[in-house]
Design a protein around this ligand. Structure first.
Ligand code: NAD
Length: 510
């Protein structure tokens, strides 16, 4: 293998992609190659799992759950802290692997590992502070309260673009909640998942809980769809496209399972005529070009007030000209490649369609003639009624739209079927609060003078409408990974009183 640091992460030329209870299984499925999108060359290969091995993975998760759920939450937190320390120790190597495998620039690759570290810190704190409720009972000498119990083995399905952070949002919270888990990562980023699993195995097996984190790399039909219909996984947390989420939601609902869906976004930034343009332009650049436009929170639409639209376009174009495109491992690079050839073709087809629908390409729009899957970031002047505005093309295409008022801008912001992230740039307090009011943005995330991407882990992350409605990471997102039990205790020695004043079966005194 060309990259020697991979050995440190336990990555070989050929790897098993299926791990049950800390044991790597042979993997009798097809070989999957992990491709470096900056070169189109193979990094290493993975032997995928099939239906038989899937059974072993589920059994391991079920067995581990029986033990893990009884370990006190703060003790589970102590083990998650050890995971955190391993992520910190291997931050550089893991971050480099993320960049190598999915093509995001090294600062973002390492940023993902930092996100996993932050999530672990958060989960450790949570393990000692899970809140609960005591509620007033209407009956004398009764206590009423809520207990939160671990839910069971959780199925985690992740997208390619955050190959470790999305797992961390789910897995580290699920772990302190007392759940075991089965992870099906994207087939575009199997090596990052294998390296993460090695870390989990090292830490968890030391404590006799190897089966808490399990890995099942395989085709969606063999592994992902099996997970969706598997009653032994009471929760499926799935991150990916809206199409995938729709299928998941239906299959899991059919068996009355729970879903936590984190799906596509179509995020807009509104720039008002009173905004500080310097701040807005910086945020637009990061939001639209960062991760080569392959974030769920990528800025896809700018809704610019007509008074500043032309200035915004000329300054933004200047900023786009300075974006260095190239090797994601070079610290001078701002934009790496798209994930694969298919993504490049999808972008090129989208641009053809945009032109047919009246969109005007102001900057970029090219496929670069070099090895790897590189394109130029693109700015499009778009008519308001362009059908392509509805679509999330997972590439760096930024639409500029014009508005005359905040009301109109909010209507445009809310007009798409996705509802993940939104932002407003303004220095006007009325504008700000209108945007944050019930008649403002309809998205799960609404920012003022901050762009659409780069959320902190302390807040609940997720979106409305076709984004799926799920919430992950901070705030009370942990509740998705637990089941709630309402408890009433009669601490008198008398027969329990019935609520609503009902008298039942008590002989009347004559
Ligand atoms: P994708 O939908 O192609 O795949 C996501 C995951 O789902 C992969 O692991 C894939 O193998 C699996 N999958 C696909 N079809 C399946 C099926 N029928 N049954 C079971 N599993 C199936 O998405 P992608 O290209 O990897 O990622 C990009 C998409 O993810 C974008 O739409 C992006 O907005 C979204 N995303 C959303 C968030 C969020 O938090 N809202 C975060 C990251 C990415």
């Amino acid at each position: 293998m060309e990259h020697s640091f991979l050995k440190k992460l336990g990555i070989e030329k050929e790897n098993s992609g299926i791990c049950a209870g800390g044991v790597w299984l042979k993997g009798s499925g097809e070989i999957l190659d992990s491709i470096n999108p900056a070169t189109g060359q193979k990094i290493a290969s993975v032997r995928q799992g099939n239906a038989n091995e899937y059974e072993e993975v589920i059994t391991a998760a079920q067995e581990a759950f029986k033990l893990w759920r009884n370990l006190p939450a703060p003790k589970r937190g102590e083990i998650v802290r050890e995971l955190r320390n391993e992520f910190a120790q291997y931050k550089k190597e893991l971050g480099t692997l993320v960049s190598l495998e999915v093509g995001k620039i090294i600062a973002e690759g390492e940023g993902e590992i930092q996100e996993a570290i932050d999530m672990a810190d958060y989960a450790v704190g949570l393990s000692r502070s899970f809140p609960g409720k005591v509620l007033p009972s209407e009956r004398p000498e009764h206590h009423m309260y809520e207990i939160w119990h671990p839910l069971g083995p959780v199925g985690i399905i992740t997208a390619f673009n955050f190959p470790i952070a999305v797992w961390a949002w789910n897995a580290l919270i699920a772990a302190v909640c007392g759940d075991s888990m089965v992870w099906k990562p994207s087939s575009e980023a199997p090596l990052t998942a294998i390296a993460t699993q090695h870390i989990c195995n090292r830490v968890l097996s030391k404590h006799g809980f190897a089966g808490v984190c399990n890995l099942a790399i395989g085709p969606s039909e063999d592994i992902g769809e099996k997970m969706a219909s598997d009653r032994r996984l009471p929760l499926i947390s799935a991150t990916g496209s809206c199409n995938m989420g729709k299928k998941m939601a239906q299959t899991v609902a059919e068996r009355f399972g729970k879903t936590l869906l984190e799906l596509g976004g179509n995020n807009a930034i509104i720039v008002m005529d009173d905004a500080t343009l310097d701040t807005a332009i910086q945020s637009i650049l990061f939001g639209a070009v960062g991760t080569a436009g392959q974030r769920c929170t990528t800025t896809r639409r700018i809704i610019a007030h007509k008074k500043i639209k032309d200035e915004l376009i000329s300054r933004l174009t200047l900023a786009y000209k300075q974006v260095s495109i190239g090797d994601p491992l070079d610290t001078n690079t701002l934009m790496g490649p798209l994930i694969n050839e298919k993504a490049v073709n999808t972008m090129m087809h989208a641009l053809e369609q945009i032109k047919k629908e009246g969109g005007k390409i102001l900057f970029g729009g090219e496929k670069l003639d070099r090895e790897g899957f590189f394109v130029t970031p693109t700015i499009v002047l778009a008519p308001k009624d362009m059908p392509m505005l509805e679509k999330e093309t997972f590439a760096p295409i930024l639409y500029i739209l014009e508005c005359e008022s905040l009301d109109e801008a909010i209507e445009m912001n809310n007009s798409v079927s996705q509802g993940l992230s939104s932002a407003l740039f303004t220095n006007n307090v009325q504008n700000e609060h209108k945007f944050l009011s019930p008649e403002g943005s309809d998205c799960g995330i609404a920012n003022v003078n901050i762009g659409t991407s780069g959320a902190e882990i302390g807040g609940a992350f997720g979106g409305e409408k076709e984004t799926g409605g799920g919430r992950e990471a901070g705030s009370d997102s942990w509740k998705a990974y637990m089941r709630r039990q309402t408890v009433t205790v009669n601490y008198s020695k008398k027969p329990p009183a019935l609520s609503q004043g009902i008298q039942f079966g008590t002989p009347k005194k004559k």
